[in-house]
Design a protein around this ligand. Structure first.
Ligand SMILES: Nc1nc2c(c(=O)[nH]1)N[C@H]1C(S)=C(S)[C@@H](COP(=O)(O)OP(=O)(O)OC[C@H]3O[C@@H](n4cnc5c(=O)[nH]c(N)nc54)[C@H](O)[C@@H]3O)O[C@H]1N2
Ligand SMILES: Nc1nc2c(c(=O)[nH]1)N[C@H]1C(S)=C(S)[C@@H](COP(=O)(O)OP(=O)(O)OC[C@H]3O[C@@H](n4cnc5c(=O)[nH]c(N)nc54)[C@H](O)[C@@H]3O)O[C@H]1N2
Ligand SMILES: [Mo]
Length: 774
């Protein structure tokens, strides 16, 4: 009998045992609410979707003229590892030699897997820096707008607001929590790097039992745990700023705003108030004005504003609100509303961005640093805001604007991706398909034949964490976990580290890349950062072998002190914010001076572009995070598959909208707009506001006709429908959360979904050996 061994994932710590060809998973015994996503893991061991051998796209290998146009619709040939290594090394040498590092895109965005050493992003960036650098990407799909606007208004992202409000404070002191975008419990299943205890449900229940009330502002009723009976305000997607302005208007009109707080801790309130009351544009942002836009009643708005002013109130704004047109505005306006209530820095009151979106936000911070792989320095200064990938590939040399800078897109010849899935995460997949036909070469390391792998020229099989040893640890999580290898590598899969080391060896750079350490030596070496800090702090500090033997290590936490917000409230001159004024910037002269017409010096209402552009498509589609997997990861897993209907991703529709279109529960439907279409299976549900549909992200994109210019996804990936435009010229964040569509019953013959099945390969016998020159 094999013993259970400790391991970890982005969705929880667990232990596993592989026996008689089956992988058994047990959640960590200390986790009060283990995630159902653990149910996706066993399929890793034997899924036909795994990449088993290195594979090369035929057109690229044969150097056929115009071959790049066949990406996504070409054959693959399997090759040996030495052959694949040689091809990659030669191609890197050619591109770096002819064009330099500015022609290599290594942004490689994506969550890959938990584990501090075998972290694909760290590995690829270290590798490309050893070769001379690469064009990088900045910010995230999660938080593209907030990461740029918050530093102007509150100070460094991840400092002020995210370090100030804890679940303990909410449980202890909050009386009213107004959650814009909700706190969907499905989202707190996950935290990047790992999460050993899922506490959000407990904490919310505790606060509720003490008498705290919750307001859920969202088009979906299940964005808050049902048993906590939050009051649901079913808002029209993309209109939260109007609602917030309406609330602010009531506060001013009824003299419920905190003038002394605004005077002492903020700058620019008067400029904002001029806008709010219509002194600058002749339009009062009254509750009547707001109600027309956001679909929430006038009396409801007035009543809520009064309640907010009377209670210890916490305002939370989810990531999702800012992953939309003008996404900077709700983040900023939420801060302004909280400042008007004057409760920032009070226990359980004020403002928190993205609380509940990830399971460790709101927990206490760790008192010791975590092991981190040195990625070296990247000498290339060119970068893109992460969601501008298709723009960059389609428009080399063209100008774009970002956070006060006018920049140019670099001319990319080679794209190298490890640990991410752009054909999952990026908007307007038909446009992305065209963009992916531009580079000369695309190299991807993948664990499975995702649609990104199917658009690459060279696909190298990577192990999953289950096939290697690593250290699991994450921000604000108390447990460091020995992630012990549970299964042998599937097929010929290799760790990303081994892949890069072998290529580096062929390029004479292996010493630099590996520092002559084996993987195991690296783990012990990286562990030392934390061990030393533990010892210095007088904590129990076992050596690596003792930690490994024990399977886990409990790390010390910092005491809760209300964070930077409390300190600022106590003494704003001793603990100023890291903004130009040292205060909360209700008006930002910096942003005003950028002169953008899509993001001015204070928050304001900009009607969503999609409303104007897409009036032909009457329904809002919410494209949110899936409850049954992490993004596209393990879409082939049992739990994810158990939620599919007729092999399609479920899409929720309000029964009234369904009836108007003759759609019944379980019908396969076609969702469409000007950009494309996809099939999905209808689920009728009154938990979705009328006029809104909901299709989670993450079903692997499968085109009906891979060679067609505009493809339909037969599986249910919403990014075939979303728009590929930045939030504004300030942040250029992703706007993938909402789009406009129409839907109809699908009457045609149902094409089978094949993307989760085994890949077929062209016979490789006819090949002549080396690649022909391009
Ligand atoms: N429409 C719309 N689109 C969205 C969003 C939305 O709300 N709406 N949300 C956005 C957000 S917030 C995010 S964060 C992104 C997520 O986008 P991604 O992070 O790109 O999505 P994942 O599915 O996590 O992709 C990770 C990939 O890494 C692979 N992988 C896992 N472990 C390893 C490893 O060890 N080595 C290698 N080489 N590969 C590995 C997995 O197989 C998987 O294909 O999606 C964004 N896209
Ligand atoms: N199970 C699971 N959990 C995850 C992830 C996952 O893939 N699976 N991904 C993780 C990642 S990378 C991230 S960044 C976070 C993302 O965190 P979020 O971006 O906050 O998560 P979403 O589920 O995309 O959106 C949350 C809810 O916002 C609501 N919403 C959408 N548009 C609007 C709007 O205009 N107004 C209002 N008021 N509400 C709106 C939707 O109903 C949606 O369910 O989640 C993390 N957690
Ligand atoms: Mo994210």
């Amino acid at each position: 009998m094999n013993a259970f061994k400790t391991h970890s994932s982005h969705w929880g710590a667990f232990s596993g045992r592989y026996e008689n060809g089956k992988l058994e998973i047990r959640p960590h015994p200390g986790d009060p609410h283990p995630s159902p996503l653990l149910g996706n893991l066993p399929a890793i061991a034997d899924s036909p979707a795994r990449v088993r051998r290195p594979a090369i796209r035929r057109g690229w290998l044969e150097g056929t003229p115009g071959h790049a146009a066949k990406r996504g619709a070409d054959d693959y040939l399997e090759v040996s590892w030495p052959e694949a290594e040689k091809l990659v090394a030669k191609e890197l040498q050619r591109v770096y030699g002819e064009y330099g590092p500015r022609a290599v895109f290594g942004g490689s965005y994506g969550w890959s897997s938990a584990g501090r050493f075998h972290h694909a992003q760290s590995q690829i960036h270290r590798f490309l820096n050893v070769l001379g650098g690469y064009v990088r990407s900045v910010n995230t799909y999660s938080s593209g707008a907030a990461m740029v606007v918050i530093p102007h208004v509150l100070g460094p992202y991840d400092q002020f607001d995210r370090k100030s409000v804890t679940w303990d404070a909410i449980e202890r002191s909050s009386e009213l929590v107004v959650a814009f975008g909700g706190m969907a419990i499905k989202n707190a299943d996950v935290h990047g790097g790992g999460i050993s205890t899922h506490v959000v449900r407990q904490k919310l229940t505790g606060a509720s039992a003490r008498g705290a009330r919750f307001i859920l502002v969202s088009p979906l009723e299940d964005d808050f745990p049902a048993d906590l009976s939050a009051e649901w305000l079913p808002i029209i997607p993309g209109t939260d700023v109007a609602l917030m302005l309406g609330l602010a208007h009531v506060l001013v009109g009824e003299d419920l705003h905190d003038r002394p707080f605004l005077d002492r801790y903020t700058v620019g309130y008067d400029r904002f108030e001029d806008y709010l009351l219509g002194r600058t544009d002749g339009l009062e942002k009254s509750p009547e004005w707001a109600a027309d836009i956001c679909g929430i009643g006038v009396e409801v708005i007035k009543d809520l504003a009064r309640k907010m002013a009377r209670a210890r109130t916490l305002i939370t704004v989810s990531h999702s609100l800012q992953r939309a047109d003008y996404g900077e505005q709700p983040v900023w306006m939420g801060i302004v509303l909280a400042a008007m209530l004057g409760q920032i820095g009070l226990d359980g009151g004020g403002y928190s961005y993205s609380l509940g979106a990830l399971g460790n936000i709101g927990k206490h911070q760790l008192a010791v640093p975590l092991p981190t792989l040195n990625q070296f320095r990247n000498p290339v200064t060119d970068f893109i805001p992460v969601a501008r990938i298709a723009d960059m590939l389609l428009n080399p040399g063209e100008e774009f604007h970002y956070n006060g800078q006018a920049l140019r897109y670099p001319d990319i010849r080679l794209v190298y991706w490890a640990g991410g899935n752009p054909f999952h995460h990026h908007q307007d997949i038909n446009r992305l398909r065209s963009a992916f036909k531009r580079p000369e070469t695309i190299i991807v390391h993948e664990t499975a034949w995702t649609s990104t792998a199917r658009h690459a020229d060279i696909v190298l099989p990577a192990t999953t964490t289950l096939e290697r040893d690593d250290i699991g640890a994450a921000d604000r999580d108390e447990l460091m976990i020995a992630m012990k290898k549970l299964i042998e590598p599937v097929g010929e899969a290799r760790d990303d580290y081994e892949i890069f080391a072998a290529i580096a060896r062929r390029l004479g750079k292996d010493e630099e890349f590996t520092a002559n350490r084996t993987s195991r030596a690296w783990l012990a070496y990286l562990f030392e950062t934390t061990r030393k800090a533990l010892a210095d702090g007088g904590h129990d500090a076992p050596d690596f072998e003792a930690f490994w033997e024990n399977g886990e290590l409990r790390l010390p936490l910092k005491p809760e002190d209300g964070g930077p917000a409390r300190a600022f409230r106590h003494d704003p001159s001793a603990f100023p914010l890291q903004t130009p004024s040292g205060k909360i910037e209700i008006f930002s002269q910096t942003i005003e001076d950028f002169g953008y017409d899509d993001c001015g010096g204070h928050p304001r209402w900009y009607p969503p572009r999609s409303e104007a552009d897409e009036s032909r498509y009457p329904l809002h589609l919410v494209c949110n995070q899936p409850h049954q997997r992490l993004h596209s990861q393990l879409d082939y897993g049992d739990f994810s598959r158990s939620t599919k209907i007729k092999d399609r991703e479920p899409v929720r529709i309000n029964p009234v909208d369904a009836a108007e279109r003759g759609i019944s529960d379980g019908d396969v439907v076609r969702l469409f707009n000007a950009r494309g279409s996809c099939l999905a299976a209808a689920r009728l549900s009154a938990t979705v506001r009328k006029g809104v549909m909901q299709l989670a992200t993450g079903a692997w994109f499968e085109p009906d006709d891979p060679a067609a210019g505009t493809a339909m996804c037969i599986h249910g990936n919403p990014n075939i429908l979303t728009r590929d435009v930045g939030t504004s010229r300030l942040a250029q964040g992703s706007t993938g959360q909402i789009t406009k569509i129409e839907v109809e019953r699908f009457a045609g013959e149902l094409p089978p979904v094949r993307i989760l099945e085994r890949m077929t390969f062209a016979p490789s016998a006819d090949r002549s050996g080396d690649r022909k020159p391009l």
